[in-house]
Write a protein that binds this ligand. Sequence first.
Ligand code: COA
Length: 170
Amino acid sequence: MLDFAPETDNQRAKIRQVITDAFGQTKEAELVDKIRNSANFIPELSLVALENGDVLGHILFSCIVIEVPEQIPALALAPLAVTPLRQRQSIGSQLVKVGLSKCRESDYSIVVVVGEPRYYRRFGFQKARKFGLHSSLPIPDEAFMVLELKPSALMNINGIVCYPAYFHEV
Ligand SMILES: CC(C)(COP(=O)(O)OP(=O)(O)OC[C@H]1O[C@@H](n2cnc3c(N)ncnc32)[C@H](O)[C@@H]1OP(=O)(O)O)[C@@H](O)C(=O)NCCC(=O)NCCS
């Protein structure tokens, strides 16, 4: 039986381990530390998947700005990680779904993600370029996706999603 909950301080080392194991490198775990130490961190949107108290997966949504050119606040989903031995058992999908439902309770109306379109499409994400949205990160347009949390949130939002500097270091 899985539980989904906001992270607690004493889970941070385990979260770091899960992310490092999932990606096979420490950059994404370091990104999480940098986001935690920034004003963009939203504690209730850093969620863990737990089984008997053990952390099996983690998802983070943090604050980001879309310049259209006026500044529109939005959420960036990154990173998402499931411990390797428990991948492909729907834990990642459940984290995304629980996470998005928490995002819908917030004041934010847009979520962006850099990732595999085949994976994120199933949660309603669409190609950002369809809405005239581009990312400040040097990534293929294909991999940049967006989801509106409130109806019409993406209407007339043509601009650049400005990822903070720490994202450019990953
Ligand atoms: C990507 C990840 C979070 C998915 O979590 P998961 O619990 O393994 O995935 P789920 O069981 O919910 O979903 C499985 C589906 O995702 C697909 N999938 C899993 N990883 C994928 C990937 N890297 N690219 C594309 N599709 C992927 C599977 O093919 C499967 O599709 P299907 O349902 O059509 O068969 C997990 O595999 C992981 O931690 N990977 C390493 C880190 C990573 O790449 N994170 C994502 C970028 S931020």
